[in-house]
Ligand binder design. Structure first.
Ligand SMILES: [Cu+2]
Length: 287
């Protein structure tokens, strides 16, 4: 009897874990809100894979608990092993192969939309992001679309604006980021934009997104651009990159429209100019 008790205990824990998982979407422990045009496609893939893995998790868990209960240890009985059953072996090879093939085919169009350079929409806004130990350096051109964006991404221009860890764009804009790293591997990750891309040393990798919602507005009292408290969209580094990995946190500011973005850009230019070092006074000749 004691043996059967363990199987019930084990089964109850598995069931509890499953129920926690099942109620999660209804109590807010689920995916963060999507604010990306291609987000629904990414989520669809997530649910396809979750469906397969969830189904087999429940199936194998149930069989395991049943077998533990039904065949709990008894004296003088010998276990029976299945060996060399070709039908069974073919089945557990063919079924996973079909599932993997199905997943491979169903992700093609999503991968094409998000990752292929040729499929990326023409950008309304171009920026260049450099990951480094341990923050994100965002580089903005003095206008949303620099001439020859690809070349601009490689060579800094004199009137560029640098901001650590603040990504600004506007709602509905096709944003193209040229992603680089200054040192080791990093990974640009925005859960709300459903976007993740590794940054590889020596490479400039194009990334794009289009935000469907705004979170930033001008606060006339403070003269600053504020983020809606309920819409804090962080950028995280998703590649363990050293001791300060946890600090690689950026923030996404989606302005309501292009006018707001340009207004912010003007302010950022002004602030950048005021940060310029003063002209050095002429050296005093020493006697
Ligand atoms: Cu990192």
């Amino acid at each position: 009897m004691q043996q059967k008790g363990w199987s019930i205990f084990f089964g109850a824990i598995l069931l509890g874990a499953f129920l926690l998982f099942a109620v999660a979407p209804f109590v807010g422990w689920w995916l963060p809100a999507n604010v990306s045009t291609f987000g629904p496609d990414v989520d669809r893939l997530f649910y396809i894979i979750l469906g397969f893995t969830g189904f087999f998790f429940v199936l194998t868990g149930a069989i395991l608990v049943y077998a533990m209960y039904r065949f709990a240890w008894r004296a003088n009985t010998k276990s029976h092993y299945v060996e060399g059953n070709h039908r069974l072996e073919i089945a557990w090879t063919v079924v996973p192969a079909i599932i993997l093939l199905f997943i491979a085919v169903s992700q093609i169009s999503t991968w094409d939309t998000i990752k292929y350079y040729a499929s990326m929409p023409n950008p309304d806004l171009v920026m260049q992001v450099t990951a480094r130990q341990w923050d994100w350096s965002m580089r903005y051109a003095d206008k949303p679309q620099p001439d020859n964006a690809r070349a601009w991404a490689e060579v800094p221009a004199i009137d560029d604006i640098y901001l650590p860890s603040e990504l600004h764009c506007w709602k509905g804009a096709n944003v193209r980021i040229f992603l680089k790293t200054q040192d080791v591997l990093h990974s640009f990750f925005s859960p709300q934009l459903r976007l993740k891309q590794d940054a590889l040393p020596g490479k400039t990798i194009p990334v794009w997104f289009n935000a469907t919602d705004a979170n930033t507005s001008y606060n006339a009292k403070t003269g600053k651009w504020d983020i809606d408290k309920n819409k804090r969209w962080e950028i995280a580094c998703a590649e363990l990159c050293g001791g300060g990995h946890y600090r690689m946190q950026g923030m996404i500011y989606v302005h309501e429209n292009k006018e707001d973005y340009l207004k912010w850009l003007d302010g950022a230019k002004e602030a950048a100019r005021s940060r310029q070092p003063e002209k050095k006074p002429p050296a005093v000749a020493k006697n």
